[in-house]
Ligand binder design. Structure first.
Ligand code: PLP
Length: 362
């Protein structure tokens, strides 16, 4: 009997890239941070590149180097540098870095032993990683200095959209104008015409004005549209075997605190996945899983390593597989269903699946 297994569905990743392709002529960067949103960074990256993504994106240079080590040869950008830009690692692996602060770019220019490919990260309304607008001139000045010294080459200008999930192009207008302004300043400074990129999945799906030269797609690769406007293909299936069963009378409290009480005689089945494996502990009573084509409720509190399901008058032998989530529809819950039951977003469900769950590729 296989234990809990998370299968990454590479065909779904490919279909999602194809879906994005129908909506933009810009290049597609496949963002595979956080282990490819929990689906396996290399697995998702390979599937996305095979389907036409021309770039890869990660949070850290370390994540980017792991993709290079796996043989991925397309350009890769990393945009958050916890202890300053690791210029040597980036240059050695041929990884581009986004830099959104004057100090960080200054340090890079001071230290880089060989030319580092840089994307200037400008704040377009997030007030997060980008350089605030009042410092753009200074940032560009440092870039010019670094360019002359051959320490950096500005190959990109990057922004990020704070409001694209509203699916209202008007909400993105200020960021689009900011990007244009930044590009103009970069060109005027003699830094050429770098690749401009602003949109993530929501912008790519809902607002062509945000596409510029490239769109950065993360959630969309694994079937999540943060704007909630486009049906995409869920790219994983989490299954777990029933490992224990019992038959109990009506009125039996189940689990810690007896939060669930059987209202009739019932078969209870235990699945070996709990909150340590990423099953949210705070759940609506509507939460359930699929077994043999029917949905059965999660009974009582989620434990660290297990959940109990109430299968009513149906008895299933141990070893029977339950589907916790998957893209199958019908009785099978989706990642979106779990997010809804837990009062969160689908991203936290897929990135939360723990290391004890076996990974496989389908
Ligand atoms: C995560 C991330 C993305 C991808 O966003 P999705 O909405 O998941 O497509 C793009 N750009 C940056 C800077 C990110 O951090």
């Amino acid at each position: 009997m296989n234990g809990p297994t998370l299968r990454t569905l590479t065909g779904a990743v490919a279909a999602n890239v194809a879906g994005i392709r129908t909506r933009t002529r810009s290049m597609i960067m496949a963002v595979v941070k956080a282990d490819g949103y929990g689906h396996g960074a290399v697995t998702v990256a390979e599937a996305a590149v095979a389907a036409g993504a021309g770039w890869l994106g990660t949070t850290s240079v370390g994540e980017a180097c792991a993709l290079r080590a796996a043989g991925l040869a397309v350009p890769i950008l990393a945009w958050l540098h916890a202890s300053g830009v690791d210029a040597e690692a980036a240059a050695a692996a041929g990884v581009d870095v986004a830099v959104g602060s004057v100090d960080e770019l200054g340090a890079l220019v001071a230290q880089a032993a060989s030319t580092v490919r840089v994307h200037l990260h400008v704040d377009t309304g997030m007030s997060r990683g980008g350089c605030p607008r009042r410092q753009w001139d200074e940032l560009i000045g440092v870039a010019q200095r670094g360019h002359r010294a051959r320490r950096v080459r500005v190959v990109g200008v990057m922004g990020h959209l704070p409001l694209a999930d509203r699916a209202e192009p008007a909400a993105n207008a200020a960021a689009v104008a900011g990007m244009r302004e930044a590009l103009k300043a970069v060109r005027a400074a003699g830094l050429g015409s770098p690749l401009a990129h602003l949109a993530a999945t929501s912008g790519a799906l809902t607002d062509p004005a945000t596409h510029f030269g490239m769109v950065r797609i993360g959630a969309g690769l694994v079937g999540i549209d943060p704007s909630g406007t486009v049906e995409m293909h869920g790219a994983s299936r989490l299954t777990a075997p029933i490992v224990h069963t019992s038959a109990v009378p009506a009125g039996t409290p189940v689990g810690y605190g007896g939060a669930y009480v059987t209202y009739r005689a019932a078969h209870l089945s235990v699945l070996p996945v709990g909150y340590a494996d990423g099953i949210p502990r705070e759940l609506s009573p509507r939460a359930g899983v699929e077994v043999r084509g029917r949905r059965f409720p999660v009974a009582g509190r989620v434990s660290m390593d297990q959940i109990v399901i109430d299968t009513g008058d149906r008895y299933f032998p141990t070893g029977t597989s339950a589907t916790v989530f998957g893209p199958d529809g019908g009785a099978t819950p989706s990642v979106h269903d779990w997010a809804h039951w837990a009062g969160t977003i689908p991203h936290t469900i897929v990135t939360g699946i723990g290391p004890r769950v076996r990974r496989s590729i389908a």
